[in-house]
Design a protein around this ligand. Structure first.
Ligand code: COA
Length: 379
Protein backbone atom coordinates (compact mmCIF):
# COMPACT_ATOMS: atom_id res chain seq x y z
CA UNK A 1 0.00 0.00 0.00
CA UNK A 2 1.19 3.50 -0.80
CA UNK A 3 0.58 7.00 0.50
CA UNK A 4 0.07 8.96 -2.72
CA UNK A 5 -1.08 12.32 -1.35
CA UNK A 6 -0.88 14.31 1.88
CA UNK A 7 -2.45 17.52 3.13
CA UNK A 8 -2.41 19.44 6.40
CA UNK A 9 -3.81 22.71 7.72
CA UNK A 10 -1.87 25.00 10.01
CA UNK A 11 -2.27 23.64 13.57
CA UNK A 12 -3.07 26.13 16.34
CA UNK A 13 -5.76 28.62 17.23
CA UNK A 14 -7.91 29.26 14.16
CA UNK A 15 -11.29 30.76 13.30
CA UNK A 16 -12.06 27.83 10.98
CA UNK A 17 -14.81 25.42 11.96
CA UNK A 18 -14.63 21.62 11.82
CA UNK A 19 -15.79 21.36 8.22
CA UNK A 20 -13.65 24.23 6.91
CA UNK A 21 -10.59 22.57 8.48
CA UNK A 22 -11.56 19.20 6.95
CA UNK A 23 -12.13 20.70 3.50
CA UNK A 24 -8.76 22.49 3.51
CA UNK A 25 -6.82 19.32 4.42
CA UNK A 26 -8.72 17.21 1.86
CA UNK A 27 -8.14 19.75 -0.92
CA UNK A 28 -4.43 19.94 -0.11
CA UNK A 29 -4.10 16.14 -0.20
CA UNK A 30 -5.92 16.02 -3.56
CA UNK A 31 -3.69 18.72 -5.06
CA UNK A 32 -0.57 17.05 -3.63
CA UNK A 33 -1.47 13.71 -5.23
CA UNK A 34 -2.65 15.16 -8.59
CA UNK A 35 -5.27 12.43 -8.20
CA UNK A 36 -8.84 12.99 -9.49
CA UNK A 37 -11.20 12.93 -6.51
CA UNK A 38 -13.54 10.68 -8.59
CA UNK A 39 -11.03 7.88 -7.93
CA UNK A 40 -11.56 7.99 -4.15
CA UNK A 41 -13.77 5.01 -3.29
CA UNK A 42 -14.11 5.32 0.49
CA UNK A 43 -13.26 7.71 3.32
CA UNK A 44 -12.27 7.15 6.94
CA UNK A 45 -12.72 10.12 9.26
CA UNK A 46 -10.89 10.46 12.56
CA UNK A 47 -12.45 12.79 15.14
CA UNK A 48 -12.70 12.63 18.92
CA UNK A 49 -14.50 15.66 20.38
CA UNK A 50 -17.01 16.74 17.70
CA UNK A 51 -19.89 15.13 19.61
CA UNK A 52 -19.05 16.78 22.92
CA UNK A 53 -17.78 20.20 21.80
CA UNK A 54 -19.67 20.93 18.58
CA UNK A 55 -22.63 18.56 19.07
CA UNK A 56 -21.53 17.14 15.73
CA UNK A 57 -21.72 13.40 15.53
CA UNK A 58 -22.55 11.58 12.27
CA UNK A 59 -19.50 13.34 10.82
CA UNK A 60 -19.27 10.79 7.99
CA UNK A 61 -22.45 12.15 6.47
CA UNK A 62 -21.32 15.76 6.92
CA UNK A 63 -18.06 14.95 5.10
CA UNK A 64 -20.18 13.29 2.38
CA UNK A 65 -21.43 16.79 1.58
CA UNK A 66 -17.90 17.69 0.43
CA UNK A 67 -18.24 14.97 -2.24
CA UNK A 68 -21.71 15.77 -3.63
CA UNK A 69 -23.68 13.00 -5.36
CA UNK A 70 -20.90 10.43 -4.80
CA UNK A 71 -22.67 8.51 -1.98
CA UNK A 72 -19.30 7.15 -0.83
CA UNK A 73 -18.93 4.74 2.06
CA UNK A 74 -17.62 6.99 4.84
CA UNK A 75 -16.90 5.80 8.37
CA UNK A 76 -15.95 7.80 11.46
CA UNK A 77 -13.33 6.23 13.73
CA UNK A 78 -12.86 7.24 17.37
CA UNK A 79 -10.21 5.87 19.72
CA UNK A 80 -9.46 9.10 21.65
CA UNK A 81 -6.01 10.52 20.83
CA UNK A 82 -5.19 7.42 18.73
CA UNK A 83 -8.17 8.02 16.42
CA UNK A 84 -5.94 9.03 13.50
CA UNK A 85 -3.73 5.95 13.68
CA UNK A 86 -6.78 3.74 14.13
CA UNK A 87 -8.47 5.30 11.08
CA UNK A 88 -5.41 4.56 8.93
CA UNK A 89 -5.32 1.01 10.32
CA UNK A 90 -9.02 0.52 9.44
CA UNK A 91 -8.52 2.01 5.97
CA UNK A 92 -5.68 -0.41 5.28
CA UNK A 93 -7.90 -3.34 6.27
CA UNK A 94 -10.59 -1.98 3.91
CA UNK A 95 -8.09 -2.01 1.04
CA UNK A 96 -9.25 -5.60 0.54
CA UNK A 97 -12.30 -4.03 -1.07
CA UNK A 98 -11.15 -0.62 -2.35
CA UNK A 99 -8.29 0.68 -4.54
CA UNK A 100 -8.03 4.21 -3.14
CA UNK A 101 -9.09 5.54 0.25
CA UNK A 102 -8.92 9.00 1.76
CA UNK A 103 -8.19 9.18 5.50
CA UNK A 104 -9.02 12.47 7.19
CA UNK A 105 -8.31 13.57 10.75
CA UNK A 106 -9.91 16.73 12.08
CA UNK A 107 -10.45 18.45 15.44
CA UNK A 108 -11.71 21.82 16.64
CA UNK A 109 -10.68 22.42 20.27
CA UNK A 110 -10.03 26.13 20.79
CA UNK A 111 -12.59 28.73 21.86
CA UNK A 112 -13.90 26.81 24.88
CA UNK A 113 -13.30 27.39 28.61
CA UNK A 114 -10.36 25.34 29.89
CA UNK A 115 -12.72 23.48 32.30
CA UNK A 116 -14.94 22.46 29.38
CA UNK A 117 -11.94 21.27 27.36
CA UNK A 118 -10.30 19.31 30.15
CA UNK A 119 -13.63 17.59 30.99
CA UNK A 120 -14.13 16.76 27.31
CA UNK A 121 -10.60 15.30 26.99
CA UNK A 122 -11.10 13.36 30.23
CA UNK A 123 -13.96 11.49 28.50
CA UNK A 124 -11.22 9.26 27.03
CA UNK A 125 -10.81 7.80 30.53
CA UNK A 126 -12.92 5.24 32.39
CA UNK A 127 -16.06 6.97 33.74
CA UNK A 128 -16.20 5.14 37.07
CA UNK A 129 -12.50 4.71 37.81
CA UNK A 130 -11.03 7.94 36.34
CA UNK A 131 -13.60 10.59 35.45
CA UNK A 132 -15.82 10.55 38.56
CA UNK A 133 -12.84 10.67 40.96
CA UNK A 134 -11.71 13.73 38.93
CA UNK A 135 -8.56 12.39 37.28
CA UNK A 136 -7.47 14.73 34.46
CA UNK A 137 -5.04 13.82 31.68
CA UNK A 138 -2.23 16.04 32.97
CA UNK A 139 -2.67 14.39 36.42
CA UNK A 140 -2.51 10.87 34.93
CA UNK A 141 0.69 11.62 33.04
CA UNK A 142 2.11 13.40 36.11
CA UNK A 143 1.59 10.13 37.99
CA UNK A 144 3.43 8.25 35.21
CA UNK A 145 6.25 10.82 35.44
CA UNK A 146 6.52 10.41 39.23
CA UNK A 147 6.67 6.63 38.96
CA UNK A 148 9.18 6.81 36.08
CA UNK A 149 11.42 9.24 37.97
CA UNK A 150 11.32 7.08 41.11
CA UNK A 151 12.21 3.93 39.17
CA UNK A 152 14.86 5.25 36.78
CA UNK A 153 16.19 8.40 38.43
CA UNK A 154 15.08 10.70 35.60
CA UNK A 155 14.59 14.36 36.48
CA UNK A 156 12.66 17.38 35.29
CA UNK A 157 15.86 18.50 33.54
CA UNK A 158 15.48 15.49 31.21
CA UNK A 159 11.87 16.41 30.45
CA UNK A 160 12.91 20.03 29.78
CA UNK A 161 15.30 18.87 27.04
CA UNK A 162 12.44 17.06 25.27
CA UNK A 163 10.35 20.22 25.34
CA UNK A 164 13.29 22.33 24.11
CA UNK A 165 13.88 19.98 21.16
CA UNK A 166 10.17 19.95 20.27
CA UNK A 167 9.92 23.73 20.28
CA UNK A 168 13.12 24.12 18.24
CA UNK A 169 11.86 21.65 15.59
CA UNK A 170 8.50 23.45 15.48
CA UNK A 171 10.20 26.73 14.57
CA UNK A 172 11.30 24.97 11.34
CA UNK A 173 7.79 23.73 10.59
CA UNK A 174 5.53 26.34 8.94
CA UNK A 175 2.34 24.51 9.92
CA UNK A 176 3.25 23.96 13.60
CA UNK A 177 1.12 25.46 16.41
CA UNK A 178 4.19 27.12 17.98
CA UNK A 179 6.19 27.86 14.81
CA UNK A 180 6.23 31.56 15.75
CA UNK A 181 7.63 31.10 19.30
CA UNK A 182 11.34 30.75 20.08
CA UNK A 183 11.52 29.01 23.46
CA UNK A 184 14.59 28.78 25.69
CA UNK A 185 15.35 26.49 28.64
CA UNK A 186 14.62 29.22 31.21
CA UNK A 187 11.10 29.73 29.86
CA UNK A 188 10.48 25.99 30.09
CA UNK A 189 11.91 25.65 33.60
CA UNK A 190 10.01 28.67 34.94
CA UNK A 191 6.67 27.88 33.34
CA UNK A 192 3.64 27.37 35.56
CA UNK A 193 3.21 23.99 37.29
CA UNK A 194 0.20 22.15 35.82
CA UNK A 195 0.40 18.85 37.72
CA UNK A 196 3.67 18.13 39.51
CA UNK A 197 6.21 17.40 38.07
CA UNK A 198 4.66 18.51 34.75
CA UNK A 199 4.80 22.21 33.92
CA UNK A 200 3.06 24.09 31.10
CA UNK A 201 5.93 23.30 28.74
CA UNK A 202 5.61 19.58 29.45
CA UNK A 203 2.06 19.61 28.03
CA UNK A 204 0.81 19.49 24.46
CA UNK A 205 -1.43 22.48 23.74
CA UNK A 206 -5.10 22.68 22.84
CA UNK A 207 -5.13 23.03 19.03
CA UNK A 208 -7.39 23.13 15.99
CA UNK A 209 -6.33 21.39 12.81
CA UNK A 210 -6.84 18.75 10.16
CA UNK A 211 -4.66 16.39 8.13
CA UNK A 212 -5.49 14.03 5.28
CA UNK A 213 -3.73 11.27 3.36
CA UNK A 214 -4.69 9.28 0.28
CA UNK A 215 -3.82 5.59 0.34
CA UNK A 216 -3.70 3.52 -2.83
CA UNK A 217 -3.02 -0.07 -3.77
CA UNK A 218 -1.00 1.12 -6.76
CA UNK A 219 1.93 3.50 -7.10
CA UNK A 220 1.15 6.71 -8.92
CA UNK A 221 4.34 8.80 -8.78
CA UNK A 222 7.94 8.87 -7.64
CA UNK A 223 6.87 10.77 -4.51
CA UNK A 224 4.77 7.85 -3.22
CA UNK A 225 5.79 6.27 0.09
CA UNK A 226 5.11 2.65 0.99
CA UNK A 227 3.32 1.60 4.19
CA UNK A 228 5.10 -1.56 5.30
CA UNK A 229 3.38 -2.15 8.65
CA UNK A 230 0.21 -1.24 10.51
CA UNK A 231 -0.67 -2.51 13.96
CA UNK A 232 -3.23 -1.60 16.62
CA UNK A 233 -3.44 -2.90 20.20
CA UNK A 234 -5.43 -1.96 23.30
CA UNK A 235 -5.17 -2.27 27.08
CA UNK A 236 -7.12 -1.42 30.25
CA UNK A 237 -7.78 2.30 30.02
CA UNK A 238 -7.62 3.04 33.74
CA UNK A 239 -4.28 3.28 35.52
CA UNK A 240 -6.00 1.65 38.49
CA UNK A 241 -6.03 -1.60 36.47
CA UNK A 242 -2.39 -1.49 35.35
CA UNK A 243 0.53 -3.33 36.90
CA UNK A 244 3.39 -1.21 35.53
CA UNK A 245 3.22 2.58 35.23
CA UNK A 246 6.49 3.09 33.39
CA UNK A 247 5.59 1.43 30.08
CA UNK A 248 2.50 0.95 27.91
CA UNK A 249 1.97 -2.73 27.01
CA UNK A 250 -0.37 -1.84 24.12
CA UNK A 251 2.41 0.21 22.49
CA UNK A 252 5.03 -2.49 23.10
CA UNK A 253 2.82 -5.18 21.56
CA UNK A 254 1.80 -3.02 18.59
CA UNK A 255 5.45 -2.15 17.95
CA UNK A 256 6.52 -5.81 18.10
CA UNK A 257 3.82 -6.76 15.61
CA UNK A 258 4.70 -3.85 13.30
CA UNK A 259 8.43 -4.71 13.28
CA UNK A 260 7.50 -8.29 12.43
CA UNK A 261 5.21 -7.20 9.56
CA UNK A 262 7.82 -4.83 8.16
CA UNK A 263 10.66 -7.31 8.72
CA UNK A 264 12.72 -4.59 10.38
CA UNK A 265 14.10 -4.04 13.88
CA UNK A 266 14.12 -0.85 15.97
CA UNK A 267 17.70 -0.13 14.84
CA UNK A 268 16.49 0.07 11.19
CA UNK A 269 14.22 3.04 11.95
CA UNK A 270 15.74 6.34 10.72
CA UNK A 271 13.20 8.70 12.26
CA UNK A 272 10.02 8.50 14.33
CA UNK A 273 6.97 10.54 15.25
CA UNK A 274 5.99 9.54 18.77
CA UNK A 275 2.96 10.50 20.86
CA UNK A 276 4.45 13.11 23.21
CA UNK A 277 1.15 14.43 24.59
CA UNK A 278 3.28 15.13 27.68
CA UNK A 279 7.10 15.13 27.65
CA UNK A 280 7.24 12.02 29.85
CA UNK A 281 5.28 10.15 27.16
CA UNK A 282 8.19 10.60 24.73
CA UNK A 283 10.60 8.90 27.16
CA UNK A 284 8.19 6.00 27.67
CA UNK A 285 7.61 5.75 23.91
CA UNK A 286 11.34 5.49 23.12
CA UNK A 287 11.55 2.49 25.43
CA UNK A 288 8.25 0.88 24.40
CA UNK A 289 9.39 1.08 20.77
CA UNK A 290 12.64 -0.65 21.65
CA UNK A 291 14.84 2.26 20.55
CA UNK A 292 16.62 2.04 23.89
CA UNK A 293 16.44 -0.08 27.05
CA UNK A 294 14.02 0.77 29.90
CA UNK A 295 15.37 3.74 31.85
CA UNK A 296 17.88 4.64 29.13
CA UNK A 297 15.93 7.29 27.21
CA UNK A 298 17.23 10.09 29.44
CA UNK A 299 20.79 9.33 28.31
CA UNK A 300 19.76 9.44 24.66
CA UNK A 301 18.07 12.78 25.19
CA UNK A 302 21.10 14.26 26.98
CA UNK A 303 23.38 13.06 24.16
CA UNK A 304 21.11 14.67 21.55
CA UNK A 305 20.52 11.36 19.78
CA UNK A 306 16.87 12.24 19.10
CA UNK A 307 17.61 15.78 17.84
CA UNK A 308 17.35 16.64 14.13
CA UNK A 309 21.05 15.90 13.60
CA UNK A 310 21.07 12.87 15.95
CA UNK A 311 21.21 9.18 15.09
CA UNK A 312 17.41 8.78 15.52
CA UNK A 313 15.53 12.08 15.14
CA UNK A 314 12.21 12.03 16.98
CA UNK A 315 9.30 14.40 16.37
CA UNK A 316 10.95 16.42 13.62
CA UNK A 317 7.73 18.42 13.14
CA UNK A 318 7.72 19.57 16.80
CA UNK A 319 5.64 16.62 18.02
CA UNK A 320 2.34 17.00 19.81
CA UNK A 321 4.16 19.34 22.22
CA UNK A 322 4.89 22.06 19.68
CA UNK A 323 3.42 21.04 16.32
CA UNK A 324 0.17 20.83 18.28
CA UNK A 325 -2.39 18.19 19.22
CA UNK A 326 -5.76 18.63 17.49
CA UNK A 327 -6.64 15.18 18.74
CA UNK A 328 -8.41 13.58 15.75
CA UNK A 329 -5.82 14.98 13.32
CA UNK A 330 -2.70 13.96 15.24
CA UNK A 331 -2.20 10.38 14.02
CA UNK A 332 -2.65 11.47 10.38
CA UNK A 333 -0.34 14.44 10.88
CA UNK A 334 2.39 12.10 12.14
CA UNK A 335 2.15 10.16 8.85
CA UNK A 336 2.13 13.49 6.96
CA UNK A 337 5.49 14.34 8.57
CA UNK A 338 7.09 10.95 7.91
CA UNK A 339 5.96 11.03 4.25
CA UNK A 340 7.30 14.58 3.90
CA UNK A 341 10.66 13.49 5.33
CA UNK A 342 10.90 10.27 3.26
CA UNK A 343 10.14 12.27 0.11
CA UNK A 344 13.00 14.64 1.02
CA UNK A 345 10.60 17.60 1.12
CA UNK A 346 11.03 18.73 4.76
CA UNK A 347 13.16 21.80 3.99
CA UNK A 348 15.23 23.11 6.91
CA UNK A 349 14.14 20.23 9.18
CA UNK A 350 15.02 17.54 6.61
CA UNK A 351 16.62 14.42 8.09
CA UNK A 352 19.52 13.17 5.98
CA UNK A 353 19.28 9.73 4.34
CA UNK A 354 15.84 8.95 5.77
CA UNK A 355 14.63 5.60 4.41
CA UNK A 356 12.34 4.13 7.08
CA UNK A 357 10.07 6.08 9.47
CA UNK A 358 7.71 5.05 12.24
CA UNK A 359 4.60 6.63 13.76
CA UNK A 360 3.40 5.90 17.31
CA UNK A 361 -0.08 7.19 18.16
CA UNK A 362 -1.56 6.59 21.63
CA UNK A 363 -5.09 7.02 22.97
CA UNK A 364 -5.68 7.72 26.65
CA UNK A 365 -2.84 6.86 29.00
CA UNK A 366 -1.77 3.88 26.87
CA UNK A 367 -5.30 2.50 26.32
CA UNK A 368 -4.94 2.26 22.53
CA UNK A 369 -1.75 2.26 20.47
CA UNK A 370 -1.43 2.39 16.68
CA UNK A 371 1.95 1.95 15.01
CA UNK A 372 2.76 2.46 11.32
CA UNK A 373 6.05 1.95 9.53
CA UNK A 374 6.68 3.69 6.22
CA UNK A 375 9.44 3.22 3.67
CA UNK A 376 10.95 5.35 0.94
CA UNK A 377 10.81 3.63 -2.45
CA UNK A 378 14.23 3.40 -4.04
CA UNK A 379 14.08 2.98 -7.82
N1 COA B 1 2.69 24.68 26.03
C1 COA B 1 3.23 25.91 25.89
N2 COA B 1 2.49 27.05 25.91
C2 COA B 1 1.16 26.91 26.05
C3 COA B 1 0.54 25.65 26.20
C4 COA B 1 1.36 24.51 26.17
N3 COA B 1 0.83 23.30 26.31
N4 COA B 1 -0.80 25.84 26.33
C5 COA B 1 -1.01 27.17 26.27
N5 COA B 1 0.17 27.81 26.09
C6 COA B 1 0.40 29.25 26.03
C7 COA B 1 -0.54 29.91 25.03
O1 COA B 1 0.04 29.95 23.74
C8 COA B 1 -0.68 31.28 25.62
O2 COA B 1 0.49 32.02 25.30
P1 COA B 1 0.39 33.57 24.88
O3 COA B 1 -0.11 34.27 26.13
O4 COA B 1 1.80 33.92 24.49
O5 COA B 1 -0.59 33.63 23.74
C9 COA B 1 -0.63 31.03 27.12
O6 COA B 1 0.06 29.78 27.29
C10 COA B 1 -2.00 30.91 27.76
O7 COA B 1 -2.80 30.03 26.96
P2 COA B 1 -4.13 29.35 27.51
O8 COA B 1 -4.84 28.75 26.33
O9 COA B 1 -4.87 30.32 28.36
O10 COA B 1 -3.55 28.17 28.42
P3 COA B 1 -4.37 27.32 29.46
O11 COA B 1 -3.79 27.59 30.80
O12 COA B 1 -5.83 27.45 29.26
O13 COA B 1 -3.99 25.81 29.02
C11 COA B 1 -3.00 23.72 29.50
C12 COA B 1 -2.78 25.23 29.36
C13 COA B 1 -1.69 23.04 29.81
C14 COA B 1 -3.99 23.44 30.64
C15 COA B 1 -3.59 23.19 28.16
O14 COA B 1 -2.65 23.44 27.14
C16 COA B 1 -3.88 21.71 28.24
O15 COA B 1 -4.91 21.30 28.77
N6 COA B 1 -3.03 20.87 27.64
C17 COA B 1 -3.20 19.42 27.67
C18 COA B 1 -4.13 19.00 26.56
C19 COA B 1 -4.41 17.53 26.66
O16 COA B 1 -4.62 16.97 27.73
N7 COA B 1 -4.46 16.86 25.50
C20 COA B 1 -4.69 15.44 25.45
C21 COA B 1 -3.44 14.73 25.81
S1 COA B 1 -3.58 12.99 25.82
Amino acid sequence: MYVIGIGKTKFGVTTQNLIQLAEEAINKAMVDSSFPSENIQAIYVSNFLGGILQNQLHLNSVISGLFPHRHLPIIRVETACASGGAAVHQALIAMNKFENILVLGVEKMTGYDSGVISKAIASAGDVERDQLPGLSFPASYAFIAQKYMEKYGATSDDLDLISLKAHYNATLNPSAHFQHKKIDLNTIKNSVMVSSPLRLFDCSPVSDGAAAIIISKKRHSKRDVEIIASSLKTDFISLTQREDFTCFPAAKLAAAEAYQQAKVSPSDINLAEVHDCFTIAEMVAMEDLGFCAPGESKEWIKMGRTALQGSLPINTDGGLKANGHPIGATGISQIYEIVTQLRGEAGSRQVKAAEIGLTHNVGGVGGTAAIHILKKINE
